[in-house]
Design a protein around this ligand. Structure first.
Ligand code: AHR
Length: 515
């Protein structure tokens, strides 16, 4: 072999191997035992009438050959229950501001069909409506989060919807519910007042929307509702801090419980690029976008702190995740994309960010649950696969409603060219039984990072762990190879007195349990 070629092949071999990082990542455990709870709702999901998210995804109808319970796929119910889905947002998204809920109740053959104007222009037959959604949430053990229509709806329509689902008194809406076969109310707590009011929800200016919000919010809470509702304002698009400032300034605190934020990790909105075929530069940029969530939450929270220093109003990140080009040959309006280890990295670092900001972030909804964007489940006919993102959500569910242990981390860098990012991200919590869980992510694809955790005098008898990793960040589960990537036992953590040493392989997510 010519010397030049030999050198080139050596270089290529090295780039495929997990090299040991030179320096350590130092993590200090808090001396106190923490006081803020990580709301389980941070691990919530989103299902819009979009592409194959609802129909084919969750719902196949009760005459389908695919095993189902009242039309909802049994395999989906089992997987989401195992993942511990805490809440599900529905029916949109952009779809929410075109949705008239009375189209989706009563006998199915009497329900009108509409055109889904945002997503592929297909016919929506309204066979999945309010009763189907709320009954499905009961099957999943998830709390429903309904997004109301402000863009093309009315105050009366939204106020009626609240009564239909939550009133136990005798009134026209609870009577209508009883006629439709449901006696007891479902008690829906979470309500979104419009979606992306600055865009598909009506292209409103923040002052105008703030006034609309005040009006809608006023008529949503009534004495006949059995539940105290949690009203969520349509929030900022990414770094539109003026939107948050205007809403916080103009909405009286007694009318609002939460304010949303939407942010997607997109390389470039005009050139999103393939979900599976990407180079390291594109991977690096996606990681940079995902880590930007920390800046966004810090800055939006700072604004909220000015008006709400006691942190009564929650920041609700009700749309987040990776967004790429649709898979070849699929309807561009269906937003169907594969899900690789890159998505597991997005999920791992983002959930760590949410955990570490749980004093303000009270809910977050990954977009979207099945067959759309960064999905946890993909379906094809009667087949179902769990994506790498699913495993991250399932591994991290130990943090749900646990107490945050604020951690200080000093990480090595993941370097590409002249840019660098923190390689390792961490969050930790203590559950109600006193068990400590630590979730770590190493986004550096080619380097093992050695993490040294200083436990600050805390004594533990044993450490166990689980890991999600694969040879390449481009790897994914397919219908032909559905279990290529799944959570495995991790033996790379060693307790050494007051220290815990963890060898984090390249592009891996690890969750440790300390007893
Ligand atoms: O999640 C897909 C779309 O992204 C939602 O409908 C909209 O709210 C956002 O722009």
């Amino acid at each position: 072999m010519k010397p030049k070629l030999y050198l080139l092949s050596l270089l290529m071999i090295f780039s495929c191997i997990n090299l040991q990082a030179q320096t350590n990542v130092n993590v200090s455990f808090p001396v106190d035992s923490g006081s803020v709870k990580i709301s389980k709702y941070i691990y919530s999901h989103f299902a819009e009438h979009l592409g194959r998210g609802i129909y084919d995804g969750f719902y196949v109808g009760d005459t389908s050959k695919i095993p189902n319970t009242h039309g909802v796929r049994n395999d989906v119910i089992a997987a989401l229950k195992k993942m511990k889905i805490p809440a599900l947002r529905w029916p949109g998204g952009c779809f929410a501001d075109t949705y008239h809920w009375k189209d989706g109740i009563g006998p199915k053959d009497k329900r009108p069909s509409i055109v889904n104007r945002w997503w592929g222009g297909i016919v929506e037959d309204n066979s999945f409506g309010t009763n189907e959604f709320l009954n499905m949430c009961e099957l999943l053990g998830a709390d429903p989060y309904i997004s109301g229509n402000v863009g093309s709806g009315t105050v009366q329509e939204l106020s009626d919807w609240v009564s239909y689902v939550s009133s136990d008194n005798k009134n026209p809406m609870s009577d209508l519910r009883r006629v439709n076969g449901r006696d007891k109310p479902w008690n829906v707590k979470f309500w979104g007042i419009g979606n992306e009011a600055w865009g598909c929800g009506g292209n409103m200016a923040p002052d105008y929307y703030a006034n609309e919000f005040r009006k809608y919010s006023t008529f949503m809470s009534g004495s006949d509702n059995t539940t105290k509702i949690y009203r969520i304002a349509s929030g900022a698009n990414s770094d539109d801090y003026n939107w948050t400032e205007t809403l916080m300034k103009q909405i009286p605190p007694n009318l609002i419980e939460g304010i949303a934020l939407h942010y997607y990790s997109v390389i470039d909105w005009d050139h999103k690029s393939s979900a599976t075929k990407f180079n390291e530069q594109q991977y690096f940029t996606t990681m940079k976008r995902a880590l930007f969530m920390d800046t966004l939450i810090t800055k939006h929270s700072r604004i909220m702190d000015k008006y709400d220093p006691k942190k009564k109003i929650g920041l609700v990140v009700d749309e987040w995740g990776g967004w790429y080009d649709v898979e070849r040959g699929t309807n561009p309006g269906f937003l169907f994309q594969q899900n690789t280890m890159r998505d597991a990295m997005i999920a791992g670092v983002t959930l760590n960010i949410f955990n570490n900001h749980c004093d303000r972030v009270r809910m977050a909804n990954l977009a979207q649950c099945i067959n759309v964007l960064q999905a946890v489940i993909l379906t094809s006919g009667n087949k179902l696969i769990l994506t790498p993102t699913y495993y991250v959500m399932e591994m991290y569910n130990v943090h749900q409603d646990a107490t945050l242990l604020p951690i200080i981390i000093n990480s090595d860098d993941y370097v590409l060219g002249d840019e660098k990012l923190s390689a390792v991200s961490v969050s930790a919590s203590k559950d109600k039984n006193g068990v400590v869980h630590i979730s770590l992510v190493n986004i550096d694809p080619d380097h093992v990072h050695k993490v040294k955790l200083n436990l600050n005098g805390k004594k533990f008898a044993a450490v166990t762990g689980r890991i999600l990793a694969s040879a390449k960040v481009q790897d994914y589960n397919s219908f032909d190879n559905p279990e290529k990537i799944k959570a495995e036992t991790f033996n790379g953590a060693i307790l050494k007195g007051e220290d815990l040493d963890v060898n984090m392989p390249g592009a891996s997510v690890v969750v440790l349990t300390l007893n």
